[in-house]
Design a protein around this ligand. Sequence first.
Ligand code: DOR
Length: 430
Amino acid sequence: MDIKPLPEKLLLHGGTILDPKAQRSFTGDVLIIDGKIAEIGSVGSNTDSTKIDCSGLIITAGFCDLHVHFREPGREDKETLASGSRAALAGGFTRVCVMPNTSPPIDTPEMVGNIIDKAADLPVHIHPIGAVTQQQKGFELTEMGGLLETGAVAFSDDGLPISNGSVMRMALEYAGMFDVPVINHAEDLTLRNDGLMNEGRVSTQLGLPGNPALSEITMVHRDLELAVLTGSKLHVPHVSTAGAADLIRRLKAKSQNITAEVTPHHLFFNDEALKSFDTNLKVAPPLRSETDRQGLIQAVLDGVFDCIATDHAPHTIEEKEGTFDLAPFGMIGLESCFGAVNRVLVREAGLSLEKLVQLLTVQPRRIMGFDDDLLQVGKKAELTIFDPDLKYTFQVSDIHSKSANSPYVGHQLIGKARITINKGIIAKNH
Ligand code: DOR
């Protein structure tokens, strides 16, 4: 990937401009001057600007991922804010929210401030999510008001659930005063037990301990009822079961403050894939049955999910090379995201491309209260230009993360970000 400062005048010529906010698309040009959108429409090609031919490409708002793990501070060998930014740009993402399960966790205003300072000059907008509980231990709430004042945008102990129902209720009540979401990693640890993969026929065949769908369903149900009770914003991350998706569908009718995300990997893979014993497929919550996968796809089609989030979780080769029981949970996902969800949702399941782009752009921004109206004259250019038709086999060379724990290597994906424009830079994929 090639990252350069934006030329003073840049003309994106003859692309399909897809405005996910206005919900319209048309053929046209975008002129960018001094990093800002100067004109949208028919600019023509006879200007003195640097010109990029965008025929066959879609020009849209930059993708936004509200669930990534960049490992800084503490595990910079896996990912840093800088290396994570490169992975994001390669995937077409201009804005991400980083989870606080670093070492130490992001649980004080100083830690939040530190992330904001370090990210200031990076080419991707990085928003820290603050921990819900001190040290992510699940008991005492962090200084939530202070974290927000320093720039946290939401709260989560992701990687670990908030097991204690009273603590979750208090977190929702307190976050509700500030109108920001609480994001709870919903797995009942007493039901999950030592589960390494989805509990079912395949776990029995492989002889691996199973994590039942119920470990997610019961905790999602608790959280949804608490959200209804408190009226506060709950965002349900990485939903893996059709059962939890059904509950979200039902309880959304009782509260407008419930939102939910689905990951590319829970839509792309099912537990049969684990027959390869590829530890890159070991993830929490686990890849579920084909019935669950189909249920998640249907839930996307029904509008149950508000956004797609990658849960980009880098781990070292050394750790992932261990045996299945010892390898850590998680896979990277920024670079492969668009090609995976475009293939599954648009090409195979018939979702419109416009709807998919909304799930990657305006809808995650609304959950976090970010500006969602990017395709406007005068706005700083924060754009993604992608090829919706490119069929390719995902390769190690597509990875820009410091880690390479991707199970997509060798799989056919459809669609790829070609150019990402953000914070005065232009990143081009080869
Ligand atoms: O598989 C996962 N890995 N799920 C999570 O929720 C956390 C993540 C990590 O931090 O590695």
